[in-house]
Design a protein around this ligand. Structure first.
Ligand code: IMP
Ligand code: MG
Length: 194
């Protein structure tokens, strides 16, 4: 059985992703001209996005990664996030752009921004491919936003369900029978590193 059999609806086709990523890359290239920004990709979901985004940036830039643990379901509202892999380099005085696949509740990004601010970057901005605004619990300033999406659990282009579907080249929703349990459980059951 191929992955395509599990898909219910394609929300963002490949060409739309490519076009929007190009626009975001152009905007960043213009805004950071002369600044040599550091892109911080959040593992694992943002890997495809950040690698495509970087190829659309026409000024010198750098790349590093962080990995966070997803909060246990019971502690979702506390917003406690664990850093599983930290940056390889100090960011003091650097122009940092945190790049993530999706801002859902906002808890992960809110925590990360607070943590990174204590390291005195010259500037700190957020670039997110997807913005699932209806689920937001914490305000997150999204400086570069790909698409707003409705309150649906999506996969593809780096985003997974139980580790699967990251290699789909578009953003889509799976058939309800694939998610099985409730969507919230699907979200947190997915995997430690999201
Ligand atoms: P948060 O709720 O904003 O803290 O989102 C934490 C992480 O959950 C995101 O960075 C994603 O990796 C993951 N996530 C949230 N919503 C979805 C979704 O619809 N599909 C796949 N992963 C998701
Ligand atoms: Mg993520």
């Amino acid at each position: 059985m191929g992955l395509l059999d599990d898909i219910d609806e394609i929300l963002i086709p490949e060409e739309a992703l490519r076009g929007r990523v190009r626009e975001l890359g152009q905007a960043i290239s213009k805004d950071y001209d002369g600044k040599e920004p550091l892109l911080v990709g959040i593992l694992t979901g943002a890997v495809l996005f950040v690698s495509d985004l970087m190829r659309q940036i026409t000024i010198p830039c750098h790349l590093d990664f962080m990995a966070t643990s997803s909060y246990a379901e019971a502690t979702t509202s506390s917003g406690v996030v664990r850093i599983l892999k930290d940056l390889d380099q100090p960011i003091e005085g650097r122009h940092v752009i945190v790049v993530d696949d999706i801002i859902d509740t906002g808890l992960t990004m809110d925590y990360l921004l607070e943590a990174l601010k204590t390291r005195y970057p010259a500037s700190l901005r957020v670039c997110a491919l997807l913005d699932k605004l209806p689920r937001r619990l914490r305000y997150v300033p999204i400086d570069y936003r790909g698409f707003e999406i409705p309150d649906k659990f999506v996969v593809g282009y780096g985003l997974d369900f139980s580790g699967r579907y990251r290699n789909l080249p578009f953003i889509c929703v799976l058939k309800p029978e694939i998610y099985g349990e409730s969507r919230t459980e699907a979200g947190s059951a997915a995997s430690g590193v999201r």
